[in-house]
Design a protein around this ligand. Structure first.
Ligand code: NAD
Ligand code: UD1
Length: 342
C-alpha cells in the first residue's frame, strides 16, 4: 500500500521539487504551507509535472490545533519537514522571528506526531552547522560549531531536539545537511522564487543576466583559494529532492534512531567557476565586478557525501553546467510569466 507523507513547506523551493519526486516514486503527499515564502500556484505547477493531485493545507505549522486536526483527518506515515524561514541576514536583524517559526514549529510538529504515533521524520538542516572550517571535504563526524547566525542556531537546536526524540521517544529521524542547493526542475515549471533582492549567488546571477540587476558583485578575490574566490559545493535541487525519497525509504527500514547525511556533490567550485559555467550554459556574458568580502562568509567548504552513497545509495547526477542551464531556463520562464501578468 502507498505510504502518505506530510511535507511541511512543500510549496517552497526544495519542498516543491521533493513533492514531485515523492509522487513519481509511489508516495501519496499531503502538503502544509503557510505561503510565507511561496505562492499557491506552485501546487498547480507541481500537478502539471506529475499529473497527480496533492492535498494542500494552507496553514502555519505553529497552529497546534490545526496540525492536530490534520493528523486526525489524514493517515500520515511519515513527515519531511522543510517549513522554516531561511534568510541568514534577516535572522540577524530579527532573531525572534526565526526562533519562533523554526524552533517552535519543529516542537509543535513533533509533539503532534508523537500524539498520533507517527515516528518517522526527515529534517532539513544545513552545512552551516559546520561553521568556518578549513578541513574540506567535511564528513558527518566533523564537529558542529557555535552558529554564526540565529538561522544557524535554529538548525542546531532543531537537530538536537530531533536527536533527543530519537533517543528517548521512539522516533526514527534523518537529518539532511544540504550544501548549496541551486538549479531548477528541467521542465522549468518550478524553481526558486526569491523575494526582493536575492542574497544567494545563483539567483543573483540569473537576475543579472535577465537585466533585472545591473551586475553581480563577487564578494572578494583575495581568499586563499586557486582563483581567490570562495569555494562551495553546489548541488542540483532535483538531486537533493531525489535524496529525500531515498532518505525516507531508508528511515522506514530503521529502528528507533537517527542518522545524519551530508548532501553535496563532493566537489567544490569557486564563484568565478560558477560564473563561467553560467556563461557557457546561457550563452550570455555576465557583467560582474570584484567587490569587498561579505561579512560572515566562509572561505571554502565542500562535502564528503560518501555516507549517503553507501547507506542511501544516492549520488548526484547533475553537474555544474546542468545547474546553471536549468536555473537560467527557470529565470526565462519566470520572466515570461511576469510579462504576461503585466
Ligand atoms: P523556501 O523558503 O523556498 O521554502 C520553505 C517553505 O516553508 C515556504 O514555502 C514557506 O512558505 C514555508 N513555511 C515557512 N514557515 C512555515 C510555517 N511556520 N508553517 C508552514 N509553512 C511554512 O526554502 P527552501 O530553500 O525550500 O528551504 C527548505 C528548508 O531547507 C528550510 O528548512 C531551509 O532552512 C533548509 N535549507 C535550505 C537551504 C537553501 O539554500 N535553500 C540550504 C540549507 C537548508
Ligand atoms: C548561504 C548561507 C547558508 C545557506 C546557504 C545555502 C550565509 C552566511 N550562509 O551560504 O546558511 O545554507 O546560503 O542557501 O548567508 N556571492 C557573491 N556575490 C553575491 C552572492 C554570493 O560573490 O552576490 C558568493 C558568496 O560570497 C559565496 C558564494 O557566492 O562565496 C555563495 O553564496 P550564497 O549563495 O549566498 O551561499 P553561502 O554563502 O554559501
Amino acid at each position: 500500500m502507498k505510504k502518505t507523507i506530510l511535507v511541511t513547506g512543500g510549496l517552497g523551493y526544495i519542498g516543491s521539487h521533493t513533492v514531485v519526486e515523492l509522487q513519481e516514486n509511489n508516495y501519496d503527499v499531503v502538503v502544509i504551507d503557510s505561503l510565507s515564502n511561496s505562492i499557491r500556484e506552485v501546487a498547480e505547477r507541481i500537478a502539471s509535472i506529475t499529473k497527480m493531485p496533492i492535498k494542500l493545507y494552507i496553514a502555519d505549522i505553529n497552529d497546534e490545533s490545526l496540525i492536530d486536526a490534520l493528523f486526525k483527518q489524514e493517515t500520515i506515515d511519515g513527515v519531511i519537514h522543510f517549513a522554516a524561514h531561511k534568510a541568514v541576514g534577516e535572522s540577524v536583524q530579527n532573531p525572534f522571528k526565526y526562533y519562533r517559526n523554526n524552533i517552535d514549529g519543529m516542537i509543535t510538529l513533533q509533539k503532534v506526531m508523537r500524539q498520533y504515533h507517527v515516528d518517522t521524520i526527515v529534517f532539513s538542516s544545513s552545512c552551516t552547522v559546520y561553521g568556518d572550517t578549513k578541513n574540506s571535504p567535511i564528513n558527518e563526524t566533523h564537529p558542529v560549531t557555535e552558529a554564526i547566525s540565529p538561522y544557524g542556531t535554529t538548525k542546531l537546536v532543531c537537530e538536537q531536539i530531533l536527536k533527543d526524540l530519537c533517543r528517548y521517544s521512539g522516533f526514527r529521524g534523518i537529518i539532511l545537511r544540504y550544501f548549496n542547493p541551486v538549479g531548477a526542475h528541467p521542465s522549468a515549471c518550478i524553481g526558486e522564487l526569491p523575494i526582493g533582492v536575492p542574497d544567494n549567488l545563483v539567483p543573483y546571477i540569473t537576475q543579472t543576466a535577465a537585466g533585472i540587476r545591473d551586475k553581480l558583485t563577487v564578494f572578494g578575490n583575495d581568499y586563499n583559494t586557486a582563483d581567490g574566490t570562495n569555494i562551495r559545493d553546489y548541488i542540483h535541487v532535483v538531486d537533493l529532492a531525489r535524496a529525500h525519497v531515498k532518505a525516507l525509504d531508508y528511515a522506514f527500514t530503521m529502528h528507533q534512531d537517527y542518522e545524519i547525511f551530508n548532501l553535496g556533490t563532493g566537489k567544490g567550485h569557486s564563484v568565478l567557476e560558477v560564473i563561467k559555467a553560467f556563461e557557457q550554459a546561457s550563452g550570455k556574458p555576465l557583467p560582474y565586478a570584484i567587490g569587498a568580502r561579505r561579512a560572515g562568509d566562509i572561505e571554502q567548504i565542500w562535502a564528503d557525501a560518501t555516507k549517503a552513497a553507501q547507506l542511501l545509495k544516492w549520488t548526484h547526477q547533475y553537474n555544474l553546467y546542468d545547474m546553471m542551464d536549468t536555473a537560467w531556463k527557470w529565470q526565462i520562464a519566470l520572466n515570461h510569466k511576469q510579462s504576461r501578468q503585466g
